[in-house]
Design a binder for this molecule. Structure first.
Ligand SMILES: Nc1ncnc2c1ncn2[C@@H]1O[C@H](COP(=O)(O)OP(=O)(O)OP(=O)(O)O)[C@@H](O)[C@H]1O
Length: 271
């Protein structure tokens, strides 16, 4: 499924938060949004998944305006793992994951064997086998995040939106979850703080700053020392990982080393 965002602007309390954003996710692509804190990543995603109404512009899935979709149609098309993952009541892990099946059911329709199968396999995929009866509220932050990813998986939507999917996850689970999502081959748009993960997993990266897209392209076109200096205000080296061939950012700050200056560091950088 293809996503088109055309000249999208959202204002909150008379303040422009995102301004005339245009972006594309082609079918099967994994596209990342990176940007400093407060640059508008979540606002952009919330406008795309219809929590916020835009002031101007259009979002379409396969050339159809998303505002014209019914709630169920939209939920069958787009699954979301949002940043604030909380449940209003204390549900079990299984109940939370099963909620992902509701767009495929009629009102009050009972859960089927297929629903139970999808739920079980999704929990195994995210490494939470045996957690079905646990109460969601007692889980750790990382476990909760993986339950919400399992819920998005059982939704079987053709488009995935992830707002900081690796938030709370240890490094093993960060890589594991991103591997699972890449393997799904479903069109995905994800806000990602970790620039090394963004560079390693994304086909295309958009950089947002102060509510505007300032750069986009492949990781090697976008993730450069000069971009990191200009937008993220950090110095770094950008090299190629000897095993994966992906970009590898190593950050450098004054507090990290003694007796030398940034200008003396070897310039093994790209960009
Ligand atoms: N409901 C709101 N009311 C007022 N301001 C808001 C609201 N929601 C977002 N903002 C402001 O909009 C700006 C963008 O916020 P947003 O959450 O989209 O940024 P972000 O790039 O996702 O940030 P982070 O990396 O910190 O998660 C911020 O300055 C934020 O304070």
């Amino acid at each position: 499924m293809k996503l088109t965002v055309d000249q999208l602007s959202t204002t909150i309390e008379q303040k422009s938060i995102i301004d005339q954003i245009t972006m594309f996710v082609e079918s099967g692509q994994f596209v990342g949004i990176i940007g400093p804190n407060g640059s508008g990543k979540s606002t952009l995603l919330k406008t795309i998944y219809r929590i916020l109404r835009p002031n101007a512009g259009l979002v379409s899935l396969n050339n159809e305006d998303i505002l014209k979709f019914s709630h169920k149609e939209f939920a069958r098309s787009m699954a979301v793992v949002a940043q604030e993952g909380s449940a209003p009541f204390d549900f079990t892990v299984e109940e939370i994951v099963l909620m992902g099946r509701s767009p495929h059911k009629r009102f009050f329709e009972r859960d089927t064997l297929e629903d139970a199968y999808f739920t079980r396999t999704a929990l195994v995929k995210v490494g939470l086998e045996g957690y079905s009866d646990r109460s969601f509220s007692t889980l750790s932050g990382g476990e909760k995040q993986r339950v919400l990813i399992a819920r998005a998986l059982v939704q079987k939507a053709s488009f995935l939106i992830l707002d900081e999917p690796t938030n709370h996850l240890d490094i093993h689970h960060q890589l594991h979850i991103l591997d699972i999502i890449r393997k799904l081959g479903v069109s995905t748009l994800a806000a990602i703080h970790d620039l090394n993960l963004a560079a390693a997993y994304c086909d295309v990266i958009y950089v947002i700053n102060e509510g505007e897209i300032v750069k986009h392209g492949t990781p090697s076109e976008v993730v450069t020392r000069s971009m990191l200096k200009e937008i993220f205000k950090v110095d770094c080296t950008v090299t190629t990982h000897p095993i994966t061939g992906k970009l590898q950012i190593s950050y450098v700050s004054e507090g990290m080393y003694k007796g030398s200056t940034l200008s003396q560091t070897p310039d093994t950088t790209v960009g």
